[in-house]
Design a protein around this ligand. Sequence first.
Ligand SMILES: Nc1ncnc2c1ncn2[C@@H]1O[C@H](COP(=O)(O)OP(=O)(O)OP(=O)(O)O)[C@@H](O)[C@H]1O
Ligand SMILES: [Mg+2]
Length: 259
Amino acid sequence: MSLKLAIGGKGGVGKTTITSLIARCIANINNNKVIAIDADPVANLAAGLGIDENIPITPIAELSDLIAERTGAKPGTMGGFFTLNPKVDDIPERFSLEKDGVKLLVMGTVQKGGSGCICPESTILKALMNHLVLARNEIVVMDMEAGIEHLGRATSGAVDALIAVVNPGKRSRVAAEKIRNLGKDIGIKKIVVLGNRIKSDNDKNLIKKSLPDFEILGFFPEIDEISEADKNGVRPFDDISLMPEQIKHIVKKLLDLSV
Ligand SMILES: Nc1ncnc2c1ncn2[C@@H]1O[C@H](COP(=O)(O)OP(=O)(O)OP(=O)(O)O)[C@@H](O)[C@H]1O
Ligand SMILES: [Mg+2]
């Protein structure tokens, strides 16, 4: 089964929470294998997936030896000669951590040296994203930083849906518009809205009214257990059967997009 999902939205709206719930929920159905990608410079998807915080995870962008071996150039080099299509197909298996059928890959960041920087680190990340999204017949769920910058033109056409997470409020329209424009710019075909931290029907209506021209994927309630778990650095709904119905409903809709 192939399904490629990107989760975006303004800072703090619940991207990481929603990504981890969706990834865990899909992996729980028919023992699906899921790859969760943490593409946020401040990586914190591991806790949401229930991965032991004592296990160190080195972001791919910081694996200097690997980058040097695969590109033929030391990280930090600019210009010079290195291959633009390094071997990356073994990286997901070798450098991910798995929990309950979800493999976590942490991308890390590249120190940008001006626009259009081509360096060994960015080359590896780009090749890896291309590989995950284009070459693999798998389920990939990506927790994007607010700007969805990690998605290049090459990969974004193969993304089945960009889920823009919004919270109820006046600014949700601005946030959703922004992400829709970004998504369209890089060629993502389907952009849907997920209302998170919903406390009432009024909240739902607010989102529907302010985003009449958006497809709404679903609404997810405000739940104390989620913020409490986050404070304690553990995952909410450790027992997956206790996950709220809404997430199962959302996942069902998403699985309908898969091929
Ligand atoms: N439905 C919810 N109910 C209660 N708390 C929530 C809910 N969704 C998210 N939160 C809380 O809101 C905070 C921000 O959530 P999260 O880290 O998932 O957002 P984010 O969009 O990934 O943030 P960032 O932009 O910093 O990466 C966390 O403390 C989280 O526990
Ligand atoms: Mg986050």
